[in-house]
Write a protein that binds this ligand. Structure first.
Ligand code: NDP
Length: 449
């Protein structure tokens, strides 16, 4: 007789990936439970993409209010109240958390608001000691901000805490040069902070096209954001007045009021009990999985950041969907990782899809690039000397557009549509056939010759 379990599926972690996997599996008829130790919604909804984007909107008013005067608006004295923005953002997060909870409930997924750990290939233990069995276990525990092992690291904060600040500090230092560093450098700068971004290397946003990230660096410098490159931290000292003294290798120390660590995120596998089911881990403690998200233990699967493949919410959601369709929907599905669009919500934002110019030159050899370097008409009237840059990377042999890279207002909004063309492997000549939609910034995409 087949062994019976309490559930067909037990999901650990109710973030974007876990919730999608749970609800779709339940829709396919599986008996599903999910455990979440913090808040339903996960990093993206609770302390990542969503509240960050709302802060980006809030911060951008600093420029919009200035520019409004050039468009004829009399703007009186303006004042920014952080507590209003913070509290409104946090209540929006509460609302979304409620919706995620309802999604689970509506789909008959049993939710446990406590930590679950694995105690065997088919068993989990909840924090209250309850042991439950499942035919399949899905680990979707996400990732956690890395705090480097340096003296005084406890004086810094991470993106987990940044949404809850009591007040906006005067001086902000940010360790790292990636997504979070550049996004929060922009946010705090718009809030009138004196911002310094400190990077261990000499490049920001290493995986983006060089010309585009150089443009962000140049615009950020002109705005007044400070950058310190090649400056690994040695120690962090808290001074009597509460300020921090940051000691870096071969540099004068920097005094600041807040240090934000944005040096990457590591998979959340510590203390999960994965060894009890012989689940193999890779670099950074990531769960190693095959193309079907299955770990070395056949009953245990993993999706999202905990697998450290592509740390992006929409990818975790796709993986959750593919897992549910494959394992419970009788519809084997694999995620296609080619041409994933991504964006950095800096001021101005960056967006890209496909190969950067240097990747294309390495992989394809002969490559043509088309660049439009222009000042958006809104910036011209506003007297804002900030130029956008759009770039098409084209395979010379096939005329296929293999990459699009952009920096400028609304770049992520424009790129999402343009990414369809790259995914569909459209040719440059097909871009040329499209008549421009005038006057827009996006028309540059079909006007580059
Ligand atoms: P990123 O991976 O984007 O960048 C990490 C940065 O920290 C790099 O500049 C890296 O330098 C540096 N770094 C790494 N390790 C150390 C160290 N030990 N000491 C000092 N510097 C170090 O990480 P983030 O923390 O910004 O973001 C985490 C992940 O979250 C991102 O990878 C992304 O996937 C996701 N995310 C996505 C967003 C979006 O889609 N808009 C927004 C925010 C986060 P080096 O270049 O030398 O390696």
């Amino acid at each position: 007789m087949a062994k019976t379990y309490d559930y067909d599926l037990f999901v650990i972690g109710a973030g974007s990936g876990g919730v999608r996997a749970a609800r779709v599996s339940a829709g396919h008829g599986a008996r599903v439970a999910i455990a979440e130790e913090y808040r339903v919604g996960g990093t993206c909804v609770i302390r990542g993409c969503v509240p960050k984007k709302l802060l980006v909107y809030g911060a951008h008013f600093a420029e919009d209010l200035q520019d409004a005067r050039r468009f004829g608006w009399e703007v009186g004295e303006t004042k920014f109240d952080w507590s209003v923005l913070r509290d409104n953002v946090l209540s929006e997060v509460d609302r979304l958390e409620g919706i995620y909870g309802e999604i689970l409930e509506r789909n008959n997924v049993e939710a446990f608001d406590q930590r679950a750990t694995i105690t065997g290939p088919n068993e989990v233990q909840l924090a209250d000691g309850t042991r439950l069995t499942a035919a399949t276990i899905l680990v979707a525990t996400g990732s956690t901000p890395i705090v480097p092992e340096i003296d005084g690291k406890e004086h810094g904060i991470t993106s987990n805490e940044v949404f809850h600040l009591e007040a906006i500090p005067k001086r902000v230092a940010i360790a790292g040069g990636g997504y979070i560093a550049n996004e929060f450098a922009g946010i705090f700068h718009e809030f009138s902070c004196d911002v310094t971004l400190i990077n261990r290397g000499d490049q920001i946003l290493r995986h983006y096209d060089e010309q585009v990230r150089d443009r962000l660096l140049q615009i950020s410098l002109v705005k007044g954001i400070n950058f310190i490159f090649n400056a690994p931290f040695e120690k962090i000292e808290k001074q009597e007045d509460g300020s921090l003294l940051l000691h870096m290798k071969d540099r004068d120390p920097l005094e600041t009021d807040m240090l934000l660590f944005a040096v990457g995120r590591a998979p959340n596998t510590a203390g999960l009990g994965l060894e009890s089911a012989s689940v193999e881990l890779g670099k950074n403690g990531a769960i190693l999985v095959d193309e079907d998200n299955q770990s070395s233990c056949p009953t245990i699967y993993a999706i999202g950041d905990v697998t450290d493949r592509v740390q992006l919410t929409p990818v975790a959601i796709r993986e959750g969907q593919a897992f549910a369709d494959t394992v419970f929907g009788n519809k084997p599905t694999r995620v296609d990782y080619e041409s994933i669009p991504s964006a950095v919500f800096s001021h101005p934002p960056i967006a890209g899809v496909g190969m950067t110019e240097s990747e294309a030159r390495t992989k394809l050899g002969s490559v043509k690039t088309y660049v439009s370097d222009f000042r958006p008409m809104k910036n011209v009237l506003a007297g804002r000397n900030e130029r956008s840059l759009y770039k098409l990377v084209v395979d010379d042999a096939t005329d296929e557009v293999v990459g699009i890279h952009m920096i400028g207002p609304d770049a992520p909004e424009i790129l999402q549509a343009a990414a369809i063309a790259v995914k569909a492997k459209l040719k440059k000549s097909q871009f040329d056939e499209v008549i421009a939609l005038h006057p827009t910034m996006a028309e540059e995409l079909v006007l580059m010759r």
